[in-house]
Design a protein around this ligand. Structure first.
Ligand code: HEM
Length: 531
């Protein structure tokens, strides 16, 4: 009798002992992660702390402060780490074998149609990347007649006329930069005629940018708690408001319309190669669409794709990701570059002097002739200004999560943390890597001069830590396109104008993965420069 009475107490005691072991003793003393410093006292035991930080949009600054306090490897949750070093840090995590997890599912489009960015496994990802890398390479972009025609058209027929139309009226240059960046990327994806024209169509620009921005703060639930989000959705509780899904659908429809126009252009010209087109049509060639279509057909074999609608959605999902990844980031970078340069009139003058050495100069009278892209690469100040903006104001400053592979890994600059198990979420973030004071003196200051006066050794070190485009197999495929368009836009602007900030309220970057100015604007006034 007394024995059976004791049984529940014994069971309770066992449960308590097991819980103490599982939730206190193991994480504090026995887990291979136990020696790694915690970003917060709760991080060893629960993910609630880091979830709260993410929910409040405080992630990048909080993780950075924790790295400054606790070193290059820190624990964010029972199964989550952050690294802030190159050796046994980003070189380990981003060089292969560490797959993407559920966090990237959100970037699939058309109800789950994956694109390169959201493909979890490297095998599938690399086969898609092989289809696309060549057309995004520097050599291809710099020698492509289509890219040359696109650049000339967008700079002379859209961007400069738009700037000229402003007179001395202040305007939001962030919206204009987002527009020209979208037109560049869409023209390369779909061709000039089938792509966007946000630069000249202000009404459409406002519609699109509002639609796009309205969705920004609704990523938390599906990205951080995907299972809870879908479980609640299955019983009718939607954590993402319906209008966000509607906004996504509108953007998807818009992309499909550009895909279909590109298909019609290709069919009309019956050309798969840009070289086959005549001079007038060259800018209308849908480079990326055409490449993806032919590479997919090749991959499908001689019978071609079995489901044409599925193929259309696969292509649209991929291209939608490129336009979204391409316009937002480039617009943000240009905005911060102008914000910084506007505080430095002396540097604007030096930049202009450098730009006047280009041949031909980027003035309306030289329309349609632009200097070659490679001549822009040789301008030290222009390149230093861009590199420094990408460092201090990385458009994607937030963590890029990966999962530790089967077999685990070793972390820490001196390999201090061996035996990290598989299945751990691990990230690095440009925000922190770019603020290492041992590498970038006065890291919080925008100092393009650092690239002009540092020794070769220092420059090499700065470039090892430069991470605005990520690194490894999943690194940004569009980095060379972004740099090309940024250089043309900045060169066109400062050859012809000075910029003066009128209102920079809310210019600070949001503390999120892709980080635009909090206020969504930068109001400037242009002053025409005389020859
Ligand atoms: C200043 C401009 C840009 C910045 C700072 C930037 C930054 C990045 C970063 C950091 C990643 C890796 C993200 C991660 O793994 O979580 C990435 C990936 C990517 N970016 Fe960019 N990007 C820029 C412009 C562009 C442009 C113009 C395109 C147009 C094609 C583009 C397309 C992509 C794609 C498709 C990926 C996924 C690559 C893959 O999964 O292999 N980006 N970008």
């Amino acid at each position: 009798m007394s024995q059976s009475l004791n049984l529940p107490y014994v069971a309770l005691a066992v449960c308590i002992a097991l819980s103490i072991y599982r939730f206190l003793v193991y994480p504090l003393f026995l887990s291979p992660l136990s020696r790694i410093p915690s970003a917060h006292p709760l991080a060893k035991f629960t993910s609630l702390w880091i979830l709260y930080i993410r929910y409040r949009n405080l992630e990048n600054s909080t993780i950075h402060k924790a790295h400054q306090k606790w070193g290059p490897v820190i624990q964010l949750g029972p199964n989550e780490l952050s690294v802030n070093c190159v050796k046994d840090g980003i070189l380990t995590v981003y060089s292969g074998g560490f797959e993407k997890g559920d966090w990237y599912n959100l970037f699939a489009n058309y109800e789950g149609v994956r694109n390169m960015f959201s493909m979890p496994l490297s095998k599938q990802h690399s086969s898609r990347k092989r289809m696309l890398s060549n057309i995004y390479s520097k050599s291809h972009l710099q020698s492509s007649p289509t890219m040359s025609s696109i650049s000339s058209n967008l700079i002379f027929d859209r961007f400069l006329p738009e700037l000229n139309s402003k007179g001395d009226t202040p305007f939001n240059i962030y919206a204009l930069f987002s527009a020209i960046a979208m037109d560049f990327v869409c023209a390369y994806l779909f061709g000039l005629e089938s792509g966007s024209n946000l630069t000249q169509d202000e009404e459409f620009r406002t519609w699109f940018l509002d639609l796009y921005d309205s969705r920004r703060s609704y990523n938390f639930w599906p990205q951080e708690l995907p299972r809870l989000t879908s479980a609640l959705a299955s019983i009718g509780i939607n954590l993402t408001p319906k209008w966000v899904n509607d906004a996504n659908k509108e953007i998807e429809e818009w992309t499909l319309s550009m895909v279909d126009k590109s298909a019609a252009v290709l069919e009309k010209t019956q050309a798969q190669k840009a070289e086959a087109l005549n001079e007038a049509d060259i800018g209308n060639f849908p480079t990326v669409y055409s490449q993806l279509l032919s590479a997919s057909a090749k991959a499908a074999g001689k019978d071609g794709p079995s489901d044409h609608n599925r193929e259309r959605l696969e292509i649209a999902s991929e291209l939608l990701d490129h336009l979204a990844a391409g316009f937002d980031t480039t617009g943000i970078t240009l905005t911060y570059l102008i914000h910084e340069l506007s505080q430095r009139p002396d540097l604007q003058s030096s930049l202009r002097q450098e730009l006047l050495t280009l041949s031909p100069q980027i003035t309306q009278s030289n329309n349609p002739h632009l200097p070659l892209p490679k001549s822009l690469d040789t301008l030290p100040l222009l390149n230093a200004i861009i590199e420094e903006t990408l460092r201090l104001r990385a458009a994607i400053p937030g963590p890029q999560p990966r999962i530790t592979p089967p077999g685990g890994c070793t972390l820490g600059p001196q390999g201090e943390y061996p035996n990290i198990p598989s299945g751990i979420r691990i990230s690095a973030l440009a925000h922190s890597l770019h603020r290492n004071a041992n590498v970038f003196t006065n890291p919080e200051q925008w100092l393009p001069e650092r690239y002009l006066t540092s020794s070769d050794e220092q420059l090499k070190e700065m470039r090892r830590w430069f991470w605005a485009f990520g690194s490894g197999g999943r690194m940004c495929v569009g980095s060379k396109l972004a740099l090309l368009e940024i250089k043309y836009v900045v060169a066109a602007l400062y050859t012809n104008f000075r910029t003066v900030v009128v209102d920079d309220g809310g210019i600070e970057q949001m503390d999120i993965y892709t980080a635009p100015p909090r206020g969504g604007k930068l109001i400037v006034r242009l002053e025409r420069v005389e020859d």
